[in-house]
Design a protein around this ligand. Structure first.
Ligand SMILES: Cc1cc2nc3c(=O)[nH]c(=O)nc-3n(C[C@H](O)[C@H](O)[C@H](O)COP(=O)(O)OP(=O)(O)OC[C@H]3O[C@@H](n4cnc5c(N)ncnc54)[C@H](O)[C@@H]3O)c2cc1C
Length: 257
């Protein structure tokens, strides 16, 4: 079967969830890597939390000093119903209310979250996964890698600022991790990721998942379609943030899902 074969293409199943607002308490704060803060949230409101797909998102609500409320999208990195905890990983970047909140968070603080409102579950005969992204995609990539079963092959290609930002994921799957380093100022450039992808074979039945700065996500999708002849049904791409814009994303880069 050619990678252009569309007969076997995976599907994205949309599952809606009851939309609930929750007030959670910060249980711990960990400087996971130089550019990532892990916040462990807990509290009785977590009861009934549902997240079916690693690329789900919740809204976190931040109140600024002037009392204005704003919200941002974050990935439920790991929900443990037995421990009653939800992990959320915040990228440390130059500025923004969500980042500022995470940088000053301490045990006992409260955080209001909403969602996930729904999950997009990828179904079908997928033999391999190729996960591509930047540091904002790492929570979803880490979760996907950890949740895949034995016998599945997954390759991740991730751009981060420095070696210390690389993460190790425990998984039963066969995981090959490729990292490329570029400064935070170059996070809207796809060059280093495309150069790395050029060294990677993309076999049939590989589902490609992309999340990065919006221009990077668009460039990567174009490269995969035009240079690597991956069929569009085998790619899901999202712009998780837009350089220079606050609270901006392009959740569906191909505009079809
Ligand atoms: C579905 C989805 C899931 C996401 N999951 C996560 C997650 O788990 N962890 C996570 O950290 N982010 C995640 N993001 C990205 C996050 O929502 C944005 O980075 C958000 O803009 C951060 O809010 P802020 O208040 O810090 O900055 P904003 O107020 O939104 O932006 C302020 C300035 O910072 C810039 N900026 C925003 N994000 C970055 C960045 N990462 N690096 C450099 N400059 C930036 C903006 O362009 C703007 O100029 C996700 C986004 C989506 C759409």
């Amino acid at each position: 079967m050619s990678i252009l074969d569309r007969s076997n293409a995976p599907e994205i199943q949309r599952v809606r969830h009851e939309l609930r607002q929750r007030i959670l308490t910060v249980a711990s704060v960990q400087n996971l890597t130089p550019h990532m803060i892990r916040i462990t949230l807990t509290g009785p409101d977590l009861e009934g939390f549902v997240s079916l797909s690693p690329d789900d998102h919740i809204k976190v609500f931040i109140t600024s000093l002037d009392g204005m409320s704003t919200r941002r999208d974050y990935t439920p990195r790991r929900y443990d119903p037995l421990a009653g905890t939800l992990l959320v990983d915040f990228v440390k970047h130059e500025g923004g209310p969500a980042t500022a909140w995470a940088c000053s968070a301490k045990p006992g603080d409260q955080l209001q979250i909403g969602g996930p409102r729904g999950s997009q579950v990828v179904t079908g005969q997928i033999d391999r996964w190729l996960l591509i992204g930047d540091e904002t995609a790492l929570p979803a990539i880490g979760r996907r890698v950890e949740e895949l079963s034995a016998g599945v092959s997954v390759t991740s290609v991730v751009a981060v600022p420095e070696e210390g930002d690389e993460q190790v994921f425990a998984t039963a799957a066969h995981h090959a991790a490729y990292w490329t380093h570029r400064s935070p100022e170059e996070a809207n450039q796809a060059d280093s990721l495309i150069a790395m992808l050029g060294q990677i074979e993309i076999l049939d039945s590989t589902f490609v998942w992309i999340a990065a700065e919006a221009n990077v996500a668009k460039s990567l999708r174009r490269y995969l379609l035009e240079e690597r002849k991956v069929a569009p049904q085998w790619i899901k791409a999202a712009g998780y943030w837009v350089k220079g814009l606050v609270d901006a994303s392009v959740k569906d880069v191909d505009g079809k899902r």
